[in-house]
Write a protein that binds this ligand. Structure first.
Ligand SMILES: Cc1cc2nc3c(=O)[nH]c(=O)nc-3n(C[C@H](O)[C@H](O)[C@H](O)COP(=O)(O)O)c2cc1C
Length: 302
């Protein structure tokens, strides 16, 4: 499988396929289902400087070709992760990326400093969290706030920093450029799209939080469009995600401009999905005489 090797952020990876945050835990359970040596990296569940409880009530709803979730970024906190999970995570035969969240710029910086330890190869900064200090709008919906978080994390950590963008904006390119200018080493996109599901018998929303994040195959065309727009506009690598279920979905994202691709909801439908997806990508490369998967990045003829 040597033609699947990639170098992302100066980190050699076995393949461009990465497990997406929130769908692979911290990788420990997945090791029973997937040969992690074939997986490029895993992005762990988002960590905050202190434990977060998450939302009450129903937190998952199935939709046409996807799902809504309103977990509310429940996590045990970075200190707990470092003490109780990281020693085991270090033994996994793949790269570990720490996904992180915060409710203020200061919290993001604090979390980044905590997570800058051996065994963590990069930080993925989820900027879809509400800024409690500036009225609750997500950091990722405002270029200035997105840049402030990026700069604070870069200043607090020596690790490569991937900033994960929210698709719930009018102009994704302006956010991408703002985080690039603020020092981001890479961009991942997309996070989930805001939606609602309704129980018509009770006339109530199905989710306890009313709204939730839509993921899965339903969002793939939106994700591909945003990856294509952003990869043309920035000079840093782009990691694409949203609805990837098969090896040829990975090919589509790479052609749109992504140098690596994450798999999320597919892991929840089938915990062995990433192994299958890597094998399908390998087969596609063989059948199409692609000796090095990096060759297809950004080759969309548009
Ligand atoms: C249950 C669930 C939990 C998630 N938790 C996180 C998280 O903690 N941090 C984050 O950056 N993204 C989180 N995401 C978003 C995914 O990483 C991904 O961006 C999104 O689901 C789109 O990809 P997909 O369609 O392949 O699932 C979560 C998604 C799901 C379904």
């Amino acid at each position: 499988m040597s033609h699947l090797n990639v170098n992302f952020l100066g980190i050699p990876m076995a393949s461009p396929v990465i497990g997406a945050s929130g769908t692979v835990g911290f990788g420990l359970e997945l090791a029973d289902y997937v040969d992690l040596k074939k997986v490029g990296a895993l992005s762990g569940k988002g960590l905050a400087p202190t434990p977060w409880m998450g939302n009450n009530g129903v937190r998952i709803a199935e939709t046409t070709s996807g799902m809504l979730n309103c977990i509310g970024l429940e996590n045990p906190g970075a200190p707990y992760f470092l003490e109780h999970y990281l020693p085991e995570v270090k033994k996994l035969p793949t790269i570990f990326i720490a996904n992180m969240v915060g409710k203020s710029v200061e919290e993001y910086a604090e979390c980044a400093a905590m997570l800058t330890v051996p065994g963590i190869s990069a930080l993925e900064v989820n900027i879809s969290c509400p800024n409690v200090k500036v009225g609750g709008a997500a950091f990722g919906t405002n270029p200035k706030q997105a840049a402030a978080v990026t700069k604070a994390v870069k200043d607090a950590s020596s690790l490569p920093v991937i900033v994960k963008l929210s698709p719930n904006v009018t102009d994704i390119v302006s956010i991408a450029k703002a985080v690039e200018d603020a020092g981001a080493d890479a961009i991942s996109l997309i996070n989930t799209l805001l939606g609602i599901s309704i129980d018509i018998r009770t006339r109530k929303p199905i989710l306890g939080n009313i709204t939730g994040g839509l993921s899965g195959p339903a969002i793939k065309p939106v994700a591909l469009r945003m990856v294509w727009q952003v990869s043309k506009a920035v000079h840093i690598p782009v990691c694409g995600l949203g609805g990837v279920m098969t090896g040829t979905d990975v090919v589509e994202f790479m052609m749109a401009g992504a140098s690596t691709v994450q798999v999320g909801t597919a892991n929840l439908a089938d915990p062995s999905a990433m192994g299958r997806i890597v094998n399908e990508l390998d087969e596609w490369c063989d059948k199409n005489n692609v000796r090095d998967v990096n060759e297809i990045v950004g080759t969309l003829k548009a």
